[in-house]
Design a protein. Structure first.
Length: 529
């Protein structure tokens, strides 16, 4: 489940501090300063650099030049320099009002510098990708770089634009850190599951270790990569619904030329909303999906905008989508741009999409479908997911089973899990407990039978994918096992078991070494928690 990036970021950057013309440097230098600020607003940082560099030399102590310099440095990832220069600008303008945006920027610049000062940095061999991370998140780096490289090629082809680079990814240890470096609050992040952003020309994601069972962090960082490319290619003019729709539609393109794949619970949310008249108007997504009331509302919003883009591309091709984005970059309203690219009215486009949703609903055959699983955040420790089981009697069996498991009675635990499973056979929390017990009891066939149906219903629930991978490995199905185990790592790479199993299965020496190191390191890490 991919989380909504803060979308205030995707509208044109407003710079209300810009002084009257007479306060700018005179003549061509004042014009170049304004052009630099405009270029930053369009995320054309290369143009901004070319415009402001000569002005900095001529007017090193001008308030507006320093402000522009600081904003550009922040977009370039030099947070300390950005903080210094914005503070210098404020010191030169004691009459700057308390609500001047430069004061807000100074605070976020300083907070970001402080929050990221201890992050380590790794660059790809060609220097195109820069990853900053805390020490405990080093394990994420090779998977992130691999996905970013593949996404870079795929998105250049799909959107017709290649980011000039470097592409910067920052991985934060907690939702609190994400809140510190953005304008979101922890409450907004956890209420809607907004755990990744694309802002200020960088990708910002929360480490999967901040959640009880991780989340689709690799697809999420590529979701943010789509935002980065689209923000640039649209001159930062694409509205929220277009940004999120394209990002969701293309977030899995790094895996190959596959179509959008909504998880079953999102399909159910979409079908129910269409049937009951509960679709969220696209305008309601402004200024951010992070402002919606719940994770379920956010999931519905993603499903809506993603299927709208999917339907548009099915009818008019990715060339039609690129054409629409070019029109948005030129200043057209996004609705008009898509209608003009399609040769239809907006109402026609929207009506066609809604009819397509109805046909998707028919494919569910009226089945109840899986429930929506909220992300579970954790501050410390392993947490407890049993409270999310919807039936009290089933929860009671699971808690008793957990108690027996903890005290070294796996057979007794298995009996309690089986009782819970009979009550809720499609509940992933219960199935994963029973599958684990079956594996420990030497019955991988039972584990596979219990877990395989849940894999299709809850593809983003990491315990099911990892345990199913182990079961398939023990059943002598290494190719199928590798698929499940890799999927589990793209959800929760901090579980050592999938790494350990992969290390035994992989023949490639480099990959075998990578997984062996992770297996040993994570085993020691988790033992010390």
């Amino acid at each position: 489940m991919n989380r909504a990036p803060l979308v205030a970021l995707f509208g044109l950057l407003m710079l209300p501090w810009v002084s009257p013309a007479q306060a700018m440097p005179p003549g061509i230098d004042g014009l170049r300063t304004r052009k630099a600020l405009d270029a930053i607003g369009r995320l054309d940082l290369e143009r901004a650099t070319a415009e402001i560099t000569p002005v900095q030399k001529a007017y090193p102590n001008d308030i507006d030049v320093l402000s522009a310099q600081a904003l550009l440095e922040f977009h370039r990832g030099d947070y300390a320099a950005a903080t210094t220069h914005m503070n210098q600008a404020l010191a030169l303008g004691p009459d700057i009002s308390a609500d001047d945006d430069r004061r807000s920027y100074a605070r976020i610049f300083a907070a970001t510098a402080e929050a990221t000062k201890d992050l380590r940095e790794t660059r790809s061999e060609d220097g195109r990708f820069v990853v900053r991370f805390g020490g405990d998140d080093e394990i994420l780096v090779p998977y992130a770089l691999d996905a970013l490289r593949k996404a870079d090629t795929a998105l250049t082809e799909a959107l017709g634009y290649r980011h000039p680079g470097p592409i910067r990814l920052e991985i934060y240890p907690s939702t609190r850190t994400l809140a510190e470096v953005s304008s979101l609050t922890v409450e907004e992040i956890e209420r809607t599951g907004t755990i990744a952003l694309c802002k200020w020309d960088r990708l910002m994601v929360t480490s999967p270790r901040a959640l009880l069972h991780g989340y689709p962090w690799v697809d999420t960082l590529d979701h943010e990569f789509v935002h980065l490319v689209l923000a640039r290619s649209s001159s930062n003019r694409a509205p929220v619904w277009l940004q999120e729709g394209v990002a969701k539609f293309l977030e899995r393109r790094w895996r190959g030329p596959e179509a959008l794949k909504l998880d079953p619970s999102s399909e159910q949310l979409l079908a129910k909303a269409q049937e009951e008249g509960g679709l969220i108007p696209f305008d309601k997504l402004h200024p951010s999906i992070a402002m919606l009331p719940s994770q379920e509302d956010a999931a519905l919003a993603f499903a809506q905008v993603a299927t709208f883009i999917e339907h548009f591309v099915k009818r008019f091709g990715e060339g039609g989508l690129r054409n629409a984005i070019e029109k948005v970059a030129a200043g057209q309203d996004a609705r008009d741009a898509m209608a003009n690219a399609a040769g239809e009215t907006w109402n026609d486009l929207e009506g066609s999409w809604k009819r397509a949703i109805a046909s998707r609903k028919a494919a569910t055959d009226g089945k109840a479908g899986p429930r929506h699983l909220d992300l579970q955040f954790q501050d410390e420790g392993l947490g407890d997911d049993a409270s999310a089981i919807p039936r009290k009697d089933a929860r009671r069996f699971v808690r008793l089973g957990d108690l027996l498991w903890t005290h070294g009675h796996p057979k007794g635990a298995s009996r309690e899990y089986e009782r819970a499973h009979r009550l809720l056979p499609e509940e992933p929390i219960i199935a994963s407990r029973l599958g684990r017990a079956a594996l420990e009891g030497g019955d991988p066939a039972l584990a596979s039978r219990v877990l395989a149906p849940l894999r299709d219903l809850y593809p983003n629930y990491a315990p099911v994918r990892g345990l199913l991978g182990r079961a398939l490995s023990e059943l002598g199905k290494p190719a199928e096992a590798r698929v499940e185990l890799m999927e589990s790592l793209w959800l929760n790479p901090f579980d050592p078991a999938p790494h350990c199993t992969l290390a035994r299965l992989l023949k490639d020496p480099e990959l075998h070494r990578r997984e062996s190191i992770a297996c040993q390191a994570l085993g020691a890490y988790n033992a010390g928690r």
